[in-house]
Design a protein around this ligand. Sequence first.
Ligand code: NAP
Length: 333
Amino acid sequence: MSEIVSREIQLTTRPNGLPETSDFTLIENTLNPTASDIVVKNLYMSVDPAMRPALSNGQTKLDETMQGGAIGKVIASASTEFPEGSYVIHRAGFREYYLSDGSDLNLITLEDESITTHLHILGGTGLTAYGGLLVTGQLAEGENVFVSAAAGAVGSVVCQIAKIKGCRVAASCGSDEKVAYLKNELGVDHAFNYKTSSISRELHAGLPDGIDVYFENVGGAHLDAACGQMRPLGRIPVCGMISAYNNKGARSEGVTTLSNLIYNRVTMKGFVVYEFNHMREQFLTDMRSWMKQGKMKYEETIMDGIENAPAALIGLLQGQNTGKMLVKLADDD
Ligand SMILES: NC(=O)c1ccc[n+]([C@@H]2O[C@H](COP(=O)([O-])OP(=O)(O)OC[C@H]3O[C@@H](n4cnc5c(N)ncnc54)[C@H](OP(=O)(O)O)[C@@H]3O)[C@@H](O)[C@H]2O)c1
C-alpha cells in the first residue's frame, strides 16, 4: 500500500484549569505501511473525563500523538484474525489512520446495533455503569439511588439499570434540557439541575427516606450533600470526581459530612472498569436484551473531524454532551 497522510492531535502545552484548544496541535504524519501491517482507518473516537488529569500529570506526553478509545475499519491486511473490512476497537484514537501488528486490536462482532455503541453503552462506559452499580454498589431491587452526572454516558446507563431493578432514582445534571431528558426519556423519578438548585434540598425532596446507593461521578458538593443523607448500610461506589479534574492535582472541594458514614455504617469504595472485564459476556447479553426491550436507551453528541477532537474534550468538561461525546473521523465507505 502506498503512503498515507494521517492527521493527528498532540498536546503541546499542559493546561492550567480548563484546557484551551491552543494547548493542542494538529499535525500531519506520513505512514508507510509494510506488507505485515494491519492498516486501520479510524471512524469514531471517544473523549473521556479521565483524559483531563492525564494532560496535567504527565501521563499524556507532550508533542506525541494522544491516546484514546477508537473504532476503525481494517483497510489493508494480510491477517486472518483482522481481515480487510473488519471493524476493530483499540486505544489509538486522536489520529485518522493507524498501523498495527494486531496485538493491540480487538475485533468487534456486530449484532443489530450501531457500531458507535461499542464506544459507550456496549463498551467501557456501559461496563463501568454495570459493574460499578451491581458489583461495587451491591444494588438490591427497590432501593433508593442517587446518580450524579446522570445525563452523561456512564450516568445515563446507571439510571436505567437502577430503574430496571425497580429502584427509585434521583439524578443531577447541569441543564434544564438534561432534566427533561432524564425524566421523559429515561424515566428517572426526580431529576434536578445542580447549577440552579440546592443539591441537599433536592435529595430530601426526591428521596425523602434517604439514599441506599449514591453512584458518585462528580465529587465535591455532590458528595457533601449525598453523605449526609445516606441510609444505614448504604453504599457509595466512587466512579469519578469530574468536578475536581481541572484543579491542580485533581483535588476536589472539601466534604464535611463524612461522619455520617460511621453512624450509618456506609461503605464508600472506588473502582476502575477493568475490574469487571471478566463480566463482559454477561454484560453484553443483559445490555442487548434491555436495548431490544426498549428499557435501555442512549444519546450521542458527535463532533465532526479530527481537528475538533480538542474542542470535543473541552466541551465534555463543560457539559456540552448529552449521553456519549464522540468525534467522527471518517465515513464508513
Ligand atoms: N472508574 C472508572 O473506571 C471510570 C470509567 C469511565 C468513567 N468514569 C468516570 O465517570 C464519570 C462520568 O464519565 P463519562 O465518560 O460518562 O462522562 P459524561 O458524564 O458523559 O460527561 C461528563 C459530564 O460531567 C458533567 N460535569 C462536568 N463538570 C462538572 C462539574 N464541575 N460538576 C458536575 N458535573 C460536571 C457534565 O454534565 P453536566 O451538564 O451534568 O454538568 C458532563 O457532561 C467521570 O467522573 C469519569 O471520570 C470512571
